[in-house]
Ligand binder design. Structure first.
Ligand code: IMP
Length: 179
């Protein structure tokens, strides 16, 4: 766990939710008349998905996928594994991946290919946060909440060792405590 003064607000709840509303309205316009399935990447995408879905005014389905996290070790091989797959049949449907943050891009490259293999008509990405400076593999983001610097962030679904997902704002971790 972190001490309170190591946690600094980056985006408050109002700012996040205003942006999410704009994205939801854009998605509603773009997918009008299409069969849309939001695919939430567990666990980090849950709060974003929940809020986003409330601003989508067209009929849609929700599904969930859990992938292995490798990202905590810098020495990782970068391999992504499926821990829990979606249950929806994607054939003829448009999948929109809802992800908390794009870092190296490995997760999304893997997931896009996986959903296309499952027969999705199209696969696009909606990410709450984007850290482009960390990219190892290119990823095209159709929707993006905010671009951020290379900082470790938590809250609004994002965790620090599984803690802090419930914070209603996005915070960054200060490296050193104030004296
Ligand atoms: P990628 O495959 O490297 O793009 O990793 C994306 C995943 O890494 C996200 O879904 C998060 O679970 C995790 N991640 C990357 N950066 C952060 C961060 O700053 N805070 C919390 N989780 C992060």
């Amino acid at each position: 766990m972190l001490s309170e003064n190591q946690i600094r607000v980056m985006f408050d709840q109002q700012t996040i939710e205003n942006r999410i509303r704009e994205i939801g309205e854009e998605i509603s316009r773009d997918y009008e008349g299409e069969e849309l399935v939001l695919v939430c990447v567990l666990k980090g995408g849950v709060m974003f998905m929940t809020q986003l879905s409330k601003s989508i005014s067209i009929p849609m389905k929700m599904d969930f996928i859990m992938l292995s996290s490798y990202g905590n070790q810098l020495t990782s091989t970068g391999k992504v594994k499926i821990l829990q797959d979606i249950s929806e049949n994607l054939s003829g449907k448009h999948a929109l991946i809802v992800e908390d943050i794009v870092d190296t891009g490995r997760t999304l490259n893997f997931l896009k290919a996986h959903l296309l293999e499952k027969g999705a008509e199209s696969v696009e990405v909606c990410a709450m946060l984007d850290k482009p400076s960390r990219r190892v593999m290119p990823v095209e983001l159709r929707y993006r909440g905010f671009e951020i610097e290379d900082e470790f962030v938590l809250g609004y679904g994002l965790d620090y060792a599984q803690w802090y997902r419930n914070l209603p704002y996005i915070a960054y971790v200060r490296q050193e405590e104030e004296s």
